[in-house]
Every structure is written in structure tokens, then in C-alpha cells.
Design a protein around this ligand. Structure first.
Ligand SMILES: [Zn+2]
Length: 134
């Protein structure tokens, strides 16, 4: 997850930031790389979640109502990063992803046994995102 700053070459750290959209919507837990150098303010939205963020803003439209959204609830990757950020000790990202995938597979089996087609599709989409993005 470590990344070099494109401006000063310093170390960038991964943080979860709130992003305001159209001054009305607060999107919490957006993963952002922030430069740790004292004189540099460079920050960058994590590449892998850009699509999810764009889609969310698209869905919100030009004049959204005032609201507060947890980005981790709409983006599978953000959800993963939030759970990584919650850990104080160093975590094994691969293991965490496997865990998440196992959780989703459990849910998938449940959805399947209930014959809930829509739920199954939703979970399938989430799984594809994990596999596709990381
Ligand atoms: Zn920098």
C-alpha cells in the first residue's frame, strides 16, 4: 500500500478522508494517499476506488440532497481498506481479502439456498470487484 509522492518523492500514507460533494453530501471513508513530507500537501484519491467514487457522484447527480454517506458501504474496496485501517498492528492484506471473500461466499450460499436471484447477483458483483481491482 505504500506509494511515493509524485511531487516530492516523499512517502505517502493511506488515510481515510471525508470528501464533500457539491457542498451538500459528505462522503466519509474515502481512501486517499497523503504525502507525509512537511512542506508538501499533495494528496491523491486511491486509484483503485476512483471508478466507484465517480459512479457514486454520478448517481447523486447535479443537485443532491444534503446527506452523509459512508463510502465503505458502497465500495467493496473502500470497505476492505477501512477494515485494514482499523487494525493497529500490521495486517496481512491478502489474508484479510481472503477472509472477506470467504464471508461473501458464505453469503452467496445463503442467498442461493433462499433462491434470491437479486441478492446472488449483488454478491457476485462484489466478488468480481475484489478480484478485478486488487
Ligand atoms: Zn509530496
Amino acid at each position: 500500500m505504500s506509494k511515493k509522492c509524485s511531487r516530492c518523492g516523499g512517502e505517502m500514507s493511506l488515510m481515510l478522508r471525508s470528501v464533500m460533494y457539491r457542498n451538500r453530501v459528505r462522503i466519509r471513508n474515502v481512501p486517499v494517499h497523503i504525502c507525509t513530507s512537511a512542506n508538501c500537501t499533495n494528496s491523491q484519491v486511491v486509484e483503485a476506488i476512483k471508478e466507484d467514487l465517480k459512479k457514486l457522484m454520478n448517481d447523486l447527480g447535479q443537485s443532491p440532497i444534503r446527506q452523509d454517506i459512508g463510502f465503505d458501504e458502497v465500495s467493496e474496496l473502500s470497505h476492505l481498506l477501512v477494515s485494514i485501517a482499523d487494525q493497529t498492528e500490521e495486517v496481512d492484506v491478502t489474508r484479510l481479502m481472503e477472509q472477506r471473500i470467504n464471508d461473501l461466499l458464505d453469503l452467496f450460499l445463503l442467498a442461493q439456498s433462499l433462491g434470491d436471484q437479486q441478492w446472488m447477483n449483488d454478491i457476485r458483483k462484489r466478488l468480481t470487484k475484489i478480484y478485478g481491482n486488487v
